[in-house]
Design a protein around this ligand. Structure first.
Ligand SMILES: [Zn+2]
Length: 482
């Protein structure tokens, strides 16, 4: 995510002009235009940059949402088939709408069933008062060994408020003519190789999930005058009884999903195999065409640094043009509350860092946020240099920061500065190759700092910078050497 207050650049139009100008002088070093072929240099210590395939045994998730005629209530059923790589005795789900930052929204689990299911219950885990809890545990009749599939179904109800929540622009919301819910269902919180991520909710506004890439099918029933923009490759909607329309999509590698429903005007642009669909509300300052073009240009610029865009489709609903601004990354979808150029690039960069290269956003928030902030400098070569001197470590969990300002200064600002300084110390080409190696080898996993350290092995000056900034730990570097 990114708040409006973090690093803003003047306007969407400014970015478009600049990227176009860059294309006209493409021979200048460091200038990467949207039309450039995607470079795939061999990386030192990384013999191949072939992208890793997703785990064939990843979870299979079905989400069936129904937005009520009040446009504030979502009822749904979720099916999950999990084939764990470690034995499990229960299943855990994260109820993100019940986090303090989203206080006012409320997610409840109404029932749970399955051959092995023996009931379930809430666990508080630091949830907002008035909500039933931050985690939901599904009890099993017997332990499930690694490699065996366990299937469950949950019915849930999400109640959205149109009141402002502590987070400001949030992943959940409702306003005139628009309703959106991302993480708006019980989210399977399984980390392959590690187990259940039962981290507490925190007061700081930010993501706290660790969720595996899952083969996900989404179905949404809404009043027939509204347009849906969501995660996954969307099919044409079909009419249903009662003045409704049903929209379906499929994302074979979704960690989490976003759904936005509104009176969207949409525009679609194709950029080297990725279909971008942007949507804006009738009163928006930006047109759908402008937003789709700006997003496509961000994709082009970032592909030049980080490799092919991770998804065949990307939806970009602008759900709020309010003072909060900000954006939230989801699998193959970006919720926008503003359109400043840096924001669009930041959220598009999250498709690589969060979407494809996953991380525990609770344990290692810098792995996606520092990289997404660093990526802003690819399109707009400004520097975060002054943030390198901030006191405090870039690394650490969401529970390690005192407040919102400190979290954003260290993880976004100092994190981006440390990556820039590491790139300078190692040499741009060598660093970019190593990062590319990290991206391709960790695709569709939940990466850890030692995976980055491994990709950077041999680039001691870069590792020294990242250790000095408290991003990497010496132990990460040593673990990478093993
Ligand atoms: Zn972010």
């Amino acid at each position: 995510m990114r708040h409006a207050t973090v690093r803003t650049t003047p306007s969407l139009r400014w970015a478009r002009t600049r990227v176009w100008a860059c294309g006209a002088v493409v021979l200048l070093a460091g200038c990467t235009a949207a039309d450039d072929p995607v470079a795939t240099p061999p990386a030192a210590g990384c013999p191949t940059v072939e992208r890793a395939e997703p785990d064939p045994d990843r979870p299979v998730v079905g989400l069936d949402f129904r937005l009520g005629d009040d446009l504030r209530t979502v009822t749904g059923t979720e099916s999950v088939a999990l084939t764990p790589d470690l034995p499990v005795e229960e299943l855990w789900f994260r109820l993100i709408p019940n986090a303090p930052q989203s206080a006012g929204h409320r997610l409840t689990v109404e029932s749970v069933r399955g051959d092995l299911v023996a009931g379930g219950g809430y666990v508080d885990a630091g949830a907002a008062r008035g909500t039933p809890g931050g985690l939901y545990r599904v009890n099993l009749r017997e332990p499930v060994p690694a490699g065996q599939t366990v299937s469950v179904e949950l019915d849930f109800r999400l109640r959205l408020t149109s009141e402002r929540t502590p987070a400001g622009f949030d992943r959940l919301g409702a306003d005139d003519g628009v309703t959106w819910w991302a993480s708006g269902f019980p989210l399977l919180t399984w980390e392959p190789g590690s187990g259940w991520a039962r981290d507490p909710m925190v007061e700081i506004s930010g993501e706290t999930t660790a969720a595996p890439a899952a083969d996900t099918t989404i179905r949404v029933s809404v009043p027939d005058d509204l347009v849906v923009l969501m995660s996954g490759d969307q099919a044409e909607p079909r009419d249903a009884a009662g003045g409704r329309r049903v929209w379906e999509s499929h994302d074979p590698v979704a960690r989490d999903v976003s759904v936005a429903v509104g009176q969207f005007d949409t525009a679609t642009v194709d950029v080297r195999g990725t279909r971008v669909t942007a949507g804006v509300l009738p009163e928006a300052d930006t047109s759908a065409d402008e937003l789709a073009e700006a997003t496509a240009e961000a994709i082009g610029v970032l592909e030049g640094r980080f490799g092919p865009f991770p998804y065949p489709t990307l939806t970009v609903p602008l759900v709020s043009d309010g003072e909060d601004g900000g954006g939230e990354e989801y699998s193959s979808s970006i919720l926008l509350g503003g359109t400043d150029a840096g924001l669009v690039v930041h959220e598009v960069a999250h498709m690589w860092f969060y979407g494809m290269v996953g991380n525990s956003q609770f344990r290692d928030p810098w792995l996606d946020e520092a990289f997404a902030s660093f990526a802003e400098t690819v399109a707009d070569p400004h520097t975060h240099e002054e943030d390198l001197d901030l006191r405090g470590a870039v690394g650490g969990s969401m529970a390690d920061f005192d407040d919102q300002d400190q979290y954003e200064a260290l993880v976004y600002g100092k994190g981006a500065a440390a990556l820039e300084a590491a790139r300078e110390a190692a040499g741009e080409e060598a660093f970019d190759q190593a990062v590319r190696c990290y991206v391709e080898t960790q695709a569709w996993t939940i990466a850890r700092p030692e995976d980055l350290a491994r990709a950077l092995s041999g680039l001691e000056p870069a590792l020294d910078v990242l250790v000095e900034a408290g991003a990497l730990d010496r132990r990460d570097v040593e673990a990478a050497d093993d």
